[in-house]
Design a binder for this molecule. Sequence first.
Ligand SMILES: Nc1ncnc2c1ncn2[C@@H]1O[C@H](COP(=O)(O)OP(=O)(O)O)[C@@H](O)[C@H]1O
Ligand SMILES: [Mg+2]
Length: 354
Amino acid sequence: MAYLDLKNVSKSFAGTLAVKDFNLEIEKGTLVAFLGPSGCGKTTTLRMIAGFEQLDSGTILLDNSDISSVPPNRRDIGMVFQSYALFPNLTVRENIAFGLEMKKTPKKDAEKRVNQVLDMVRLQETAKRFPHQLSGGQQQRIALARALAVQPRVLLLDEPLSALDAEVRVVLRGEIRRIQSELAITTVYVTHDQEEALSISDKVVVMNKGIIEQVGAPEEIYRAPQTRFVATFIGTANQFHGKVDGRESVDCGIVRLLTEPLKDFINGQSVVVLVRPENIQVQLEPPGEGRWNSIPGVVETITFHGAVTRLGVNAGGQRVVADITVSNTKPVALNQKIWLQFTPDMCQVMVADE
Ligand SMILES: Nc1ncnc2c1ncn2[C@@H]1O[C@H](COP(=O)(O)OP(=O)(O)O)[C@@H](O)[C@H]1O
Ligand SMILES: [Mg+2]
């Protein structure tokens, strides 16, 4: 049974649909990421869960009760925004205690709770400082501590790390995940950063133009994208356009690609075959005959990415990217002729958009 349940939720602004027929079940204690490009409706959905935005239609259930028209302050939901939104004239301790005072928590209990959450975010020593005396990362930790102080039923985070620099972002996302797991608090985490979403969530909800494209575990989303949008938004995917040609192949002009059995397609149907760069092997000699695909090409670009080196290859006029690692590939030079090799199971076939 889902703990937080969004049923057919829709919302428009001045006639433009921001969120369209959104259906999602979130299990208790899990971290779910809303991932999608700017403007796809992530914040709007989050604000509807928090109660800052009214639904046009649909229902939101929390722990089996309809909260769609419950005011925000009675929903027991904590929220952290991109901008730190701490009270500048209150100390860290006072910032965190604010919600507890609103709830008329006895002073002793409040003090204990403030200390607990300060320990949780590992910033006990900042208790007497003011927000401007903290770094951006510290301020976001305090914002998190403040949201958690009142023990909300659900925690909502809207791009909480977007204003921070890369190194702090990576550390803090790990911290958020640690705290979330320790408390087993049901959390929705909004981000446009795929790496962030994939690295910390139990489930990722990929959104595009107000609709859900796919919901799944991070690995599933990466390995088995169900739509072209997901395949290209998450990671990199080479796209070969062609027509189904027999039961297990697609004629792409420059090459006839061998695929797994194409059960849901008809002969001659226009499709796109997606192949991830890390699933392509680069050979310096023509591969022998076998049940694999082999495309000759010429190396046009070589870009070092740390763990991998990405080759941009001209394959009969089409640009194909392939990732190689130093340990498994011989050195490759610009303008060198090479062969791109990949097995049928690395080809994901999707219907082409008209
Ligand atoms: N208060 C508002 N008034 C008018 N349009 C809005 C308002 N809030 C959001 N929108 C529009 O709704 C769409 C979704 O916005 P938003 O939920 O903020 O997207 P995201 O958080 O994914 O970037 C966008 O087209 C945005 O311009
Ligand atoms: Mg947003």
